[in-house]
Ligand binder design. Structure first.
Ligand code: PRP
Ligand code: MN
Ligand code: MG
Length: 179
């Protein structure tokens, strides 16, 4: 898009780091008996979150990635989730944690959760850094949530607007400055 906008900070890098520490204590307790946890990042939005998350987990882990895209470059969910890249490894009988940047309508994580559940993992849970419950179109709730946020257009910390701003170290909200 070529509409002019500015980005206002909404959640600081420091607040994100503090919340990740809390969440990782809970997750490490939940999976404390695991032989190895498969941490699955949903590309591309989760790449920053998963990098910080795994470094705070006090567990033996491996990482894998899956790409499921619903938005592409548009601001609207297509509601049709496509698997663009599947996991490298099998998850049958494994402990699995799916890592997502944001749950909006819920279509992406709902679809991925059902897909991975059909592969008979031992334990499958999910974590999302951000949750916008007011936007939900399917009945889905992540097991762990970093921050519940209002219906604002957010960017940064992995999240893009037309593929830009993923590298901001904080979560910001987009404010359009003209129509
Ligand atoms: C975004 C975001 C989530 C999903 C959430 O991904 O990263 O994966 O949309 O929306 P939903 O709950 O309405 O499904 P996107 O499809 O933009 O791909 P990206 O991660 O590569 O940016
Ligand atoms: Mn995504
Ligand atoms: Mg996107």
């Amino acid at each position: 898009s070529d509409r002019a906008y500015v980005i206002d900070e909404m959640i600081s890098a420091k607040a994100i780091a503090a919340r990740i520490e809390e969440l990782c204590r809970e997750i490490s307790t939940e999976y404390k008996d695991t032989d190895k946890l498969v941490v699955v990042g949903l590309l591309r939005g989760s790449f920053v979150f998963i990098a910080d998350l795994v470094r705070e987990l006090d567990l033996p882990i491996e990482v894998d990635f899956l790409e499921a895209s619903s938005y592409g470059d548009s601001m609207e969910s297509s509601r049709e989730v496509r698997i663009l890249k599947d996991l490298r490894g099998a998850i049958e009988g494994r402990d699995v944690l799916v890592v997502e940047d944001i749950v909006d309508t819920g279509h992406t994580l709902n679809h991925v959760t059902h897909l991975l559940q059909s592969r008979m993992p031992k334990r499958l849970k999910s974590i999302a850094l951000l949750d916008k419950p007011s936007r939900r179109e399917v009945d889905f709730r992540s097991d762990w949530i970093g921050f519940e946020i209002p219906d604002e257009f957010v960017v940064g910390y992995g999240i893009d607007y037309a593929q830009r701003n993923r590298n901001l170290p904080f979560i910001g909200k987009v404010r359009f400055t003209e129509d």
